[in-house]
Design a protein around this ligand. Structure first.
Ligand code: NAI
Length: 330
């Protein structure tokens, strides 16, 4: 039996984790969950929202499913999410954005995978105050980080039967930094002749995404553009309740929904477990459990097609009733 770390988070985290664990168990797949608490609930007892044991567990098991964790404001703790990405070198942020049945959106047939570089660019955190009235942030793009993220995007395209990878930059203005990312893309793409390539500037991409998103397949972007565009794409398919995600590195991978801990609906049986469930489905594909991933996805789709959903999608199911419906459709 495979052991996987489960960070059940705080806020709505424990409720949606409970739902996903039940659904996976009901599918017939046996997983030994190494449950690790983190977030605001453990600060008092352990002095940190991300105790060492959590990182040790992920290092041991290599794979984690993570529910959202609150970032305490103004208490001096670094975000658990940022810390995990740094400590485990999770360089690729993956966000598949695909329409779901009965989730009303402006577009049908959106099926975009956003691959965002997760470690450098303006997010390297190199900032300084030049003088009282001037601040400077430095944008770092390296060939090695660009190479590994572009390679990741092409490998993902190959193993998931995607047709095209599109690189997104502003290389017409930032000729050196974005130029390096673009040139690296051109070099790497030569090794994948079976995948079509496309180059687009980030401003044009944004306009086209809100007019005709169906044309895009896999997008690969430096960190800042990736952060913004991946939220735009999540909005195209119905928003937070259904947006899945993953942070992947060479040695470890952490699968998590895009949304936060939703403290406003904590403990009220209102949370939509779909985004965590879709992240878990992505995780099952990653570990090679394709048939269970497909089985669970079909049950989720069928449940939505039958008109059952939680309040955030306009339905009347609570978290528990929605979970039971999915289980009965397995
Ligand atoms: P949020 O995503 O928690 O909530 C925004 C709105 O969406 C709220 O109205 C909430 O009720 C709703 N919502 C979110 N997920 C939902 C779900 N599954 N079902 C139904 N409704 C849902 O964002 P917010 O309020 O900005 O952040 C709350 C906390 O979460 C903060 O401390 C933030 O730092 C943390 N956070 C953690 C993340 C993570 O662990 N990966 C990611 C984003 C935020």
């Amino acid at each position: 039996m495979r052991t996987i770390t489960l960070i059940n988070g705080d806020g709505i985290g424990p409720e949606i984790s409970d739902s996903v664990v039940k659904i996976i168990k009901a599918s017939g797949l046996e997983i030994d969950w190494d449950i690790q608490t983190a977030g605001t609930d453990v600060i008092e007892t352990e002095g940190s929202p991300l105790p060492k044991r959590v990182l040790e567990s992920i290092k041991r098991n290599k794979i984690a499913l993570k529910a959202p964790v609150t970032t305490p404001i103004g208490k001096g703790f670094r975000s658990v999410n940022v810390q995990l990405r740094k400590e485990l070198d999770l360089y690729a942020n993956l966000r598949p954005c695909k329409n779901l049945p009965n989730v009303k959106t402006k577009f049908e047939n959106v099926d975009i995978v956003v691959v965002r570089e997760n470690t450098e660019d303006l997010y390297a955190g190199i900032e300084h105050q030049v003088d009282e009235n001037t601040a400077e942030s430095i944008k770092i793009i390296t060939k090695s980080a660009s190479e590994r993220i572009v390679k990741f995007a092409f490998d993902y395209a190959v193993s998931n039967n995607r047709k095209e990878v599109c690189v997104v930059t502003k290389a017409n203005i930032m000729k050196l930094s974005d130029g390096l990312f673009l040139n690296t893309f051109r070099d790497v793409s030569n090794k994948y002749p079976q995948i079509k390539t496309r180059e687009i500037l980030v401003d044009n991409l944004c306009m086209q995404l809100v007019q005709n998103p169906e044309q895009f397949d896999v997008l690969v972007l430096p960190n800042l553009y990736g952060d913004i565009v991946s939220d735009l794409c999540a909005g195209l398919i119905g928003g937070l309740g259904v947006a899945r995600g993953a942070n992947i590195g060479k040695d470890y991978a952490v699968f998590e929904p895009v949304h936060g801990s939703a403290p406003d609906i904590k403990g009220q049986n209102k949370a939509n477990p779909s985004a965590l469930l879709l992240s878990a489905i992505e995780m099952l594909h990653y570990i090679g459990e394709h048939s269970f991933a497909d089985k669970i996805e079909k049950a989720l789709y069928k449940t939505l097609e039958q008109g059952f959903c939680t309040a955030d999608l306009g339905g009347s199911c609570g978290t528990k009733e929605f979970t039971d419906k999915i289980i009965s459709n397995l």
